[in-house]
Design a protein around this ligand. Structure first.
Ligand code: BGC
Length: 739
């Protein structure tokens, strides 16, 4: 490392010095202008925006807080979560699919792979730890988080963070209550203290406790204040209560509204450009909305974070050939395989349809427009430019070289049915694409924010931007399209046009897909439906008409192979739903994607259904297997520290290997229990594997409303050891917890 004040401080930190104290000394060496420089992204606004629209997002990192005079390297952001967005990189299954694996070890390994690729493209801050609660499955960015349950989300997000941070820094987002897309720039979420701390924040805290380097604030407002300038969230909760010592960055471009209040509230860096603060901080300082002490505090936090990670970042960056290397592709395939959730598997001719009998499979119909297209997830900030992608059709063809695998796009259901009719089996691939769900930057969402844009210092670039806004959501610059054509980025999905994204308008399949299923199932009783979606799809209209259904997600670049492996029984279906699939949307909380104001209570997901006495179509934690799994007897033991040790046995009564996800739910007796622990366990055929799961102390504590902090749990609590949230064979215990 060159001989600079920063390098010297980093050396001392490595030798045990306190990063915060070293940062304070470095910040004291800065000029006022250098400190101001650290408060926002290093790139100028209009030129940056122009580059972003031309594909720069997928080619370059976004630097901030670099001060060359002192050797301060700043950070270099790039995004996720389904991989590294600077391409061509490995595209993993989306986070929701990874949530369905319930495999924290796997998620940590994915984190390591992403961390390596991130460093290889020159970035050192990974923006892909997205952990907002799936409050309603219509949320357009559902695919970017892990599910509906805060404990489950927290464990997976912490695992990703652990893995990534072996190589680089991670950023958790969007803090907080960002669970709607179309209205994200305008909605104000009202939430009471109990719901906030018990439902919407515990997973953020888990990841802060894991040592995450950075937090990204959300676009929306909470309780009347924009998250990017909320003293309640950024200072009182995050720093004062949780003790977070890392840095806070804004969500991009419209992530804060006012320069002064954002600094005073504890938002350290405005991303990605010099925008609101560059134009408004002088006035804010003059009017006393913030002061030099706030600025110093913000810059110290940023520099301290860099120092804390200096040793990790001093590791040599991997070479570019780590991108989409064989080992990472294998990991993507493992994740895709483990994520497939078998929702239904009824007998046809006396035996369950799945796994398909390969020996008897001479002709296979693969039906649907989604069967043969690259469909890796949304087209917004999480888009990964994977060099290639295995579609369901590719995967099945590769797996069945001796069978005739016939594709029909399903545009005409009757024609598809006549193909399916003379095949041994039909696989119908239905669901969504980036046109139906995903990140959304429509004109309607941002037009009222245009006044935040800085002055037109470059009229040509401003005009180009205006044309882009005019052209509508997800305009793709000719340069980006050309890059795709040159093989640098992926071709846009053939036949689907450009992405629109946004919140879903329906939880059902498109009527065309439902008609296709009906036609094919009527023609061939051996019909399997594979659902591609980022969250729950209500299947009441057609589920009973087909023997087999799997949820196969946006499964990443190796997804087609994984689907083939599971359908053919070369791999077992081991996924479990990370959300509830309701029978009726009315069983969920209301969802208005255009709302300017919403109130979130603590009731969504499986515990809402339990409260209201509604059964799910498929409960949270549910997934079938090809073998027969049951839980053995269970016992619970309360430790002196308030932890609860659950002991049970996962039994495989069948002749195929299987994987159990032992789930422990709990809560004050009489209230719907919530997930407090889980373990994924492989169980060989015919075996019984002992399982111990520990419920951490504090898991049942309740928010002390009004006074802050937590009240330790006391009194009788239910502990439920189960295979899913509505398991009729669950083992139930009542334990007394001492407060
Ligand atoms: C998204 C963030 C993302 C950022 C940078 C924003 O529009 O909301 O999730 O990290 O862009 O890509």
């Amino acid at each position: 490392m060159p001989d600079t004040p920063y390098a010297a401080a980093a050396g001392r930190v490595r030798a045990g010095a306190d990063p915060a104290a070293e940062a304070a000394d470095l910040v004291a060496l800065m000029t006022p202008d250098e400190r101001r420089w650290c408060l926002d992204g290093d790139l100028p606004f209009w030129a940056g925006l122009d580059d972003l629209g031309k594909g720069g997002y997928h080619r370059r990192t976004f630097p901030a807080a670099q001060v060359d005079r002192l050797g301060i390297p700043g950070f270099h952001f790039s995004d996720g979560p389904r991989g590294v967005v600077i391409g061509p990189a490995t595209c993993f299954p989306v986070s929701m699919a990874r949530g369905a694996t319930w495999d924290v070890d796997l998620e940590e390994r994915i984190g390591e792979a992403i961390g390596r690729e991130l460093r290889a493209v020159g970035a050192d801050l990974y923006g892909g730890v997205c952990v907002n609660v799936l409050r309603h499955p219509a949320w357009g960015r559902a695919q970017e988080t892990y599910g509906e349950d805060p404990f489950h989300i927290g464990e997976l997000g912490a695992a990703l963070t652990r893995g990534v941070q072996r190589h680089t820094m991670a950023c958790v987002k969007h803090f907080a209550l960002n669970s709607m897309e179309n209205a994200r720039f305008s909605v104000d979420v009202t939430v009471d203290e109990q719901a906030l701390h018990e439902v919407f924040l515990p997973h953020f805290r888990r990841i802060v406790d894991e040592g995450v380097a950075c937090v990204m604030s959300a676009y929306n407002a909470v309780n009347g204040e924009w998250c990017g300038q909320s003293p309640q969230l950024l200072t009182e909760v995050l720093r004062d209560e949780w003790g977070f010592t890392g840095m806070v960055i804004s969500d991009w471009i419209f992530g804060l509204r006012d320069a002064g209040p954002s600094v005073a509230a504890g938002l350290d860096v405005e991303m990605p450009y010099r925008m609101v603060r560059a134009g408004g901080l002088d006035r804010a300082l003059a009017e006393g909305e913030t002061d030099e002490a706030d600025i110093v505090a913000a810059v110290r936090r940023t520099v301290a974070t860099l120092l804390r990670f200096a040793a990790v970042l001093a590791q040599p960056a991997p070479r570019a050939d780590v991108l989409a290397c064989d080992a990472h592709r294998a990991l993507a395939r493992e994740a895709a395989t483990k994520s497939v959730v078998l929702l239904r598997n009824e007998p046809v001719g006396g035996t369950p349809l799945l796994p398909l009998d390969e020996a008897a499979l001479r002709r296979l119909a693969v039906v649907g427009r989604l069967a043969a297209i690259r469909n890796l997830g949304d087209g917004g900030s999480s888009d990964v430019w994977a060099p290639d992608a295995v579609t369901p059709l590719d995967g099945l063809r590769a797996a069945l070289p001796r069978a005739e695998v016939i594709h029909h796009d399903g545009a005409e259901p009757a024609a598809a049915a006549s193909v399916a009719e003379w095949c041994d089996v039909a696989v119908v691939v239905v669901g969504y694409t980036r046109a139906d769900e995903g990140e959304f930057i429509g004109d309607s969402g941002t037009s009222h924010l245009q006044e935040l844009l800085p002055g037109p210092d470059d009229p040509e670039l401003v005009a180009a931007f205006a044309a882009r806004v005019e052209a509508g959501p997800h305009y793709r610059a000719p340069e980006a399209v050309a890059a795709a054509a040159a093989g640098e980025g992926p071709a846009s999905d053939p036949g689907l046009g450009f992405a629109q994204g946004g919140d879903r308008t329906s939880l059902q399949l498109h009527p065309d897909d439902e008609a296709l299923i009906a036609a094919v199932a009527a023609a061939n009783p051996r019909t399997v439906v594979a659902i591609v979606a980022g969250s729950a799809v209500v299947t009441e209209a057609w589920r009973q008409s087909v023997p087999a259904v799997v949820q196969s997600w946006y499964a990443g670049m190796e997804g087609g192979h994984a689907l083939a492996d599971v359908l053919l029984g070369r791999a077992e279906p081991t996924g479990r739903l990370p959300f509830t699939v309701p029978i009726d949307e009315a069983h969920l909380p209301p969802f208005d994607r255009d709302a300017d104001a919403v109130t979130y209570d603590g009731w969504h997901g499986y515990w809402r259904l339990a409260r209201d006495g509604n059964a799910a179509a498929h409960p949270f934690g549910f997934g079938l297997s090809y073998t027969s799994l049951v839980l053995g007897d269970a016992s619970v033991e309360v430790g002196d520290d308030g932890s609860v040790l659950v002991t049970t046995e996962a039994r495989n009564q069948g002749s195929r290997p299987g994987t159990e996800v032992v789930q422990v739910y709990g809560g004050v007796s009489g209230t719907p229990p919530r997930l407090v622990a889980f373990a994924r366990v492989d169980v060989p055929a015919g075996a019984a594997v002992p399982v111990q799961v520990r419920v951490a102390p504090g898991s049942f504590a309740r928010r002390r409303v009004g006074a802050g902090g937590w009240v330790a749990a006391g009194g009788t609590h239910d502990i439920v050891v189960a295979r899913h949230a509505e398991d009729p064979d669950a083992r139930r215990f009542a334990v007394d917890l001492r407060p």
